[in-house]
Structures are given as structure tokens and as C-alpha cells.
Design a protein around this ligand. Structure first.
Ligand code: FAD
Ligand code: NAI
Length: 467
């Protein structure tokens, strides 16, 4: 039986990062992945392919709608969807190959097959051929991720009623894409097809889209997306979706039980994801998943069994690649005897629509719940010289700061490159900066980041300069 200091089950951003950090710390490490491709959901059917398609579709949308204003005349513009998909596949391949290279560089042994617990300290690897092998370690990290949640009675046939995985590889641009769920996946993948001409109807149960983010963001994003071919049915609970020939008929209940029926050629079901623990043999080690399917862990991310840890989508908290990565590093360092720390409150949330949406720290409803005395400052991109130059004037940056100490408590933005800009806010909150600290730091002109500084000025006695 091969023996390791650390065995990681699952090679997504949680698992592969945990493996690299374990190896960096001098531990003999193995990673088990059931698919031949490393990288998990994120690299294969999540973050990376979705961003590749978002970038391609955005180029097309800009060429069609904005180039003329910039003084660039195009000829007959058309989408070559199969080329767009091939480029996306190539981007995925480069990233997946990159992870394999990193495993080799860090001397992490890769095992392809399903990993399942035989007993604490022993994992059985079942290869595609059915062949079995046992591996042994005092430290095992579960990083098996998640899969799409399904609504009762709605089973994706994966041709017309699809999940995000199929939406990343459609062979035609839908005429009318129905989207169940106004969360991150629905708005990102809905954007991909709306930009290429699809009518996109989002049916969302709650009264707002991206409901977990600061409410100001969802409101603004909804207004902007409506201009690009989106229509929204908020406060509607989807109850049924049925394939009829080349159509999907979707039924929902609106406010007061009012029925809604929509017909489209594709229906993307994206109502969240659930932890994935099938075939992991948790019962053989006595780990009992929580109500929502998550694996229970303590503050050190150790499960109820000594020496078995769990990270990423399979445990509580945000289902985000960078959260999984943080936890991968955290567990490796804990096993090595260090005392790492994760500030969960500051893990940024980002939606890669255009404009992008990003937030970190407390939202306004959270501050109200905490009865925290706060002040707010905001700055619109239409007042930013950089945004005017690039024709990206939609959106704003909003800052909440403590009314007495001026400490920044939350930053929420919708605008150009918000996904990158939020990093400055994370640093500010991590170092407990005041709004005035940021307001007194030089920000290059002209940049989008000036909007964050101006929002901090606005929060500091309403001192914004350009508004
Ligand atoms: P995963 O990435 O799910 O990896 C788990 C791995 O474990 C898989 O490869 C699986 O095959 C393997 N596995 C499972 N069971 C076993 C077993 N028994 N034996 C061996 N291997 C096993 N997050 C972001 O932060 N930013 C984004 O832009 C973003 N975009 C997304 C877009 C889409 C369409 C989707 C679906 C998700 C997106 N996410 C994004 C979420 C992100 O993909 C996940 O949060 C992240 O992948 C979780 O990482 P993980 O390591 O926990 O699990
Ligand atoms: P989500 O949780 O973001 O959104 C699901 C939405 O579906 C919710 O707003 C919910 O109210 C709604 N819903 C639930 N039942 C419904 C019903 N019966 N009828 C109508 N609406 C209903 O989940 P989503 O979009 O599936 O994404 C899953 C996860 O993947 C995200 O939570 C996120 O963690 C991750 N992800 C992250 C991305 C990023 O960081 N940019 C991109 C894509 C996914």
C-alpha cells in the first residue's frame, strides 16, 4: 500500500491548491481525481469556460453596438459559434494542462479514479478499468466540490432543459433562452447569449436578482441588463418545465399565485449547487453530512474524524473558487503545524456580467441587522473621466463606513472592471482602513479606481471632488 503524508480527494481549486501547498511544506502528497482532466468544476465547466465565453460574446456585442461610435466601421459582422467554443475549449485545456504541470513541478503524485474511504487513514482508488488500489495517509483532505441542485419535478434532459455545463457548449444561439434563477450563473450565461441576440427571460423566486449581494447592485444590474435583451419575472416561483418538440414550456407562480407560462427553445436551470459526496464512502468513516449535504467541519476545517479535513464547495460557506483555494492553503498549513487564518467576511463576491458587479464586507441589510451606526458614500461612473473615455458609464461604487470611527465596513460596486477593482477594497478592509485613509491615497488618473477614492471622499463629510 502506497503511503503519503497528505492525500487530497478532488482536484478543483480547493484540492489542487491544497496539494501544492502541502508539497511546498515538505509533505509527500497525492491527489486523486476521478476525471482525466485536473482542475474540477472551476477549470472544466465553471469559472474558466464561462469567462472565456463572456469575453468572446462581449467583443461581439461591442463590435456590433459600440465600435461605430468609436469610429470603427465593420463589415458584415457575424458570430462563428463553433470557433468561439473551440477557443473556449483551448483556454480550458491550457489551464488544465497548467495544473498538471504544477503537480509535476511540486512532485505531487496524481491518481486517476474515484477515491472512497475504506476506514480512517485508508482510501480505495477505483480506476476506470475497475482495478482497485489502496492508499494510506494520516491526513486526508476531502475536496470533492459540488454539482447543480435540481428543482423537484424538473429534470434536465441536457438537450433543451440544460444546466450550466450544457450551456457552456451549445451548438446554436437560442432564439429564446428561459433561465430559472436570477443568480450568478443565470446572469453570466444569460449575458453570453443575450449579447449574441437571444431573448433571455429570467424567472426568479425572490423579489430581486443576485439577492445575496448589496441590494443596490441587483437593482442597477437589472436596469442595465434589460437594455441588452433580458426580461425579468421577479417574485415568480418556477413549478414546472416540460420539453415539447423543440420548445420548453415553463410554468411559474407569480405574486398572489398568478400563473405565468413561457415558451422558449432552451431552458437553463440554475437554482444553486449542492455538495458532492457520492461514492466517497463517508459512511465507512462515520462522517454524517449536514442537512444541506455539506460535510461538517470545525474551525480548523477538520471533520468529525481526526485527520480527515474538508474544504471548498463540499463544506459550508460561499461556493467560490477563491474561497476553496484559501481553505486549501489553510488546511495544508494546519496539518504542517502552522496557525493560518481566513477572514471569511472579506471573501469578495463577483458577477462577471458587463458591467461587472463586486462586493466585500458588510452589505447594508447586514449593517442594519447589526444595528451598526454607519454612513454611506457613493460615486457614479458617469462622473469618471476614464469611464467616459471607454464608454462604460453605467454603475457606481458604494462605500459604507462606521459613523464614528470612519472604518470602512463594506464596499459594493457595479461598473467597468469591478472584478479587479474590488481587490483594493479587500486590502482596505483587511487593514481596517478608514474612508479618509483611502481618500488621501493617490489613485492614478484617469483610472476606474478613482471612483473608489471618490466614494470614500463622499463617505467622508460628502467631500467627493468630481460630483
Ligand atoms: P470542484 O471544483 O467542484 O472540484 C471537485 C473535484 O473533485 C472534481 O474534479 C470532481 O470530479 C472531483 N471528485 C468528486 N468526487 C470525487 C471522488 N470520490 N474521487 C475523486 N475525485 C472526485 N467561482 C468563482 O469563484 N468565480 C467564478 O467565476 C465562478 N464561475 C463559475 C461558473 C460556473 C458555470 C459554475 C458552475 C461555477 C462557477 N464558480 C465560480 C464556482 C466554482 O467553480 C466552485 O466554487 C469551485 O470549483 C469549487 O472548488 P472545489 O475545489 O471545492 O470543487
Ligand atoms: P445562485 O444561488 O447564485 O442563484 C440561484 C437563484 O435561483 C436564487 O436567486 C434563487 O432564489 C433562485 N431560485 C431557487 N428556486 C427557484 C424557483 N423555484 N423558481 C425561481 N427561482 C428560484 O445559484 P447559481 O446561479 O445556480 O450558481 C451556483 C453557485 O455557483 C453560485 O452560488 C456561486 O457560488 C457559484 N458561481 C459563482 C460565479 C462567480 O463567482 N462569478 C459564477 C457562477 C457560479
Amino acid at each position: 500500500m502506497s503511503s503519503y503524508d497528505v492525500i487530497v480527494i478532488g482536484s478543483g481549486p480547493g484540492g489542487y491548491v491544497a496539494a501544492i501547498r502541502s508539497a511546498q511544506l515538505g509533505m509527500k502528497t497525492a491527489i486523486i481525481e476521478k476525471y482525466p482532466n485536473l482542475g474540477g468544476t472551476c477549470l472544466n465547466v465553471g469559472c474558466i469556460p464561462s469567462k472565456a465565453l463572456l469575453d468572446s460574446s462581449e467583443h461581439y456585442y461591442n463590435a456590433l453596438n459600440h465600435f461605430k461610435t468609436h469610429g470603427i466601421e465593420t463589415g458584415n459582422l457575424k458570430v462563428n459559434l463553433s470557433q468561439m467554443m473551440s477557443r473556449k475549449d483551448e483556454v480550458v485545456k491550457q489551464n488544465v494542462d497548467g495544473v498538471r504541470y504544477l503537480m509535476k513541478k511540486n512532485k505531487v503524485d496524481i491518481f486517476t479514479g474515484v477515491g472512497s474511504f475504506k476506514q480512517p487513514g485508508v482510501v480505495i482508488l477505483t480506476k476506470e478499468t475497475g482495478e482497485k488500489e489502496e492508499l494510506q495517509s494520516r491526513n486526508i483532505i476531502i475536496a470533492t466540490g459540488s454539482k447543480p441542485s435540481l428543482l423537484p419535478g424538473i429534470t434536465p434532459d441536457k438537450k433543451r432543459i440544460i444546466t450550466s455545463t450544457e450551456a457552456l457548449q451549445l451548438r446554436e444561439i437560442p432564439d429564446h433562452l428561459l433561465v430559472i434563477g436570477g443568480g450568478v450563473i443565470g446572469l453570466e450565461l444569460g449575458s453570453v447569449y443575450a449579447r449574441m441576440g437571444s431573448r433571455v427571460s429570467v424567472v426568479e423566486f425572490l423579489p430581486s436578482i443576485i439577492a445575496t449581494m448589496d441590494p443596490a447592485l441587483g437593482k442597477e444590474l437589472q436596469k442595465i441588463l434589460q437594455k441588452t435583451g433580458f426580461e425579468f419575472y421577479l417574485g415568480h416561483k418556477v413549478t414546472d418545465a416540460e420539453v415539447k418538440g423543440k420548445s420548453v414550456i415553463l410554468k411559474a407562480e407569480g405574486p398572489g399565485g398568478k400563473p405565468l407560462e413561457l415558451s422558449g427553445d432552451y431552458c437553463l436551470a440554475c437554482v444553486g449547487r449542492k455538495p458532492y459526496t457520492e461514492n466517497l464512502g463517508l459512511e465507512n468513516v462515520g462522517i454524517i453530512p449536514e442537512k444541506r449535504g455539506t460535510i461538517p467541519v470545525d474551525d480548523t476545517l477538520q471533520t468529525t474524524v481526526k485527520g480527515i479535513y474538508a474544504i471548498g464547495d463540499v463544506i459550508r460557506g460561499a461556493m467560490l473558487a477563491h474561497k476553496a483555494e484559501e481553505e486549501g492553503v489553510f488546511v495544508a498549513e494546519t496539518i504542517a503545524g502552522q496557525k493560518p487564518h481566513i477572514n471569511y467576511r472579506l471573501i469578495p463576491g463577483v458577477v462577471y456580467t458587463w458591467p461587472e458587479v463586486a462586493g466585500t464586507g458588510y452589505t447594508e441589510p447586514e449593517l442594519k441587522d447589526l444595528k451598526r451606526d454607519y454612513k454611506a458614500g457613493s460615486f457614479p461612473f458617469k462622473a469618471s473621466g476614464r469611464a467616459r473615455a471607454s464608454m462604460d458609464t453605467d454603475g457606481f461604487v458604494k462605500v459604507y463606513a462606521d459613523k464614528i470611527t470612519d472604518e470602512i465596513l463594506g464596499v459594493h460596486m457595479i461598473g467597468p472592471r469591478a472584478a479587479d477593482m474590488i481587490a483594493e477594497a479587500v486590502v482596505a478592509l483587511e487593514f481596517r482602513a478608514s474612508a479618509e485613509d483611502i481618500a488621501r491615497m493617490s489613485h492614478a488618473h484617469p483610472t476606474y479606481t478613482e471612483a473608489f477614492r471618490e466614494a470614500c471622499l463622499a463617505a467622508t463629510d460628502n467631500r467627493a471632488i468630481h460630483m
